[in-house]
Design a protein around this ligand. Sequence first.
Ligand SMILES: C[S@@+](CC[C@H](N)C(=O)[O-])C[C@H]1O[C@@H](n2cnc3c(N)ncnc32)[C@H](O)[C@@H]1O
Length: 226
Amino acid sequence: MSATASLRLPPLPTVRDLVRLYRLRAIKQLSQNFLMDERITDKIVKTAGYLRNHYVCEVGPGPGGITRSIINRKPKKLIVVEKDNRFLPTLELLKESSAGHVDVEIEIGDILTYNFEKGFNEIPKHNWYEAPPPLHIIGNLPFSVSTYLIVKWLKEISLKTSAWAYGRTSMTLTFQKEVAERIVAAVADKQRCRLSLMCQTWCDVEHKFTIPGKAFVPKPDVDVGL
Ligand SMILES: C[S@@+](CC[C@H](N)C(=O)[O-])C[C@H]1O[C@@H](n2cnc3c(N)ncnc32)[C@H](O)[C@@H]1O
């Protein structure tokens, strides 16, 4: 396909397809709550800022709702890291439809051990105090790993390694709403805790908006903060 042809992505699987293909009831342990509303996935991706010709890592793409919104913003390269290989066929389809427009790489594996310096080795390293590098991490994180993952990433930020070897790489992430509130809680706020201190020591944090639990399939018991 030539670079000027228009980008036509296949439709997202329907909720019915998801239930049939991925046995929704059986996969709670991987925190699989999917966003199937394009307006919400577009809003999440818009929050990440300018992506055209930039590099993006998406954590836990699942059936690819957020992935489609990212691809539509035409980054130079998108690496999706997904632990559950049942999503491979759906993600392969998205990769094929994006060929010639966006370089999509699918990594079936655990984000906790993902090597950013290998995946994004073509990005030039930026001085920490200069403008941030053209690399963004975006994810509707699995609740089962989100706090552990953020603490691991904070350590990497402090050491300027992994995704932060390139400079001040931005993250646009979802958390259980209460966790998002704790991350941004100011001094004297009743939600202020160790997590607030750790996150605010190493990052500029913002709670951009809340996504109601009912926007997810299946619906989690909690709302979600971005
Ligand atoms: C909350 S779902 C979000 C799916 C999709 N991004 C969406 O918004 O519809 C979390 C996704 O992360 C995946 N996942 C869970 N643990 C993971 C891990 N350690 N590394 C990579 N992906 C993981 C799950 O399989 C699932 O697809």
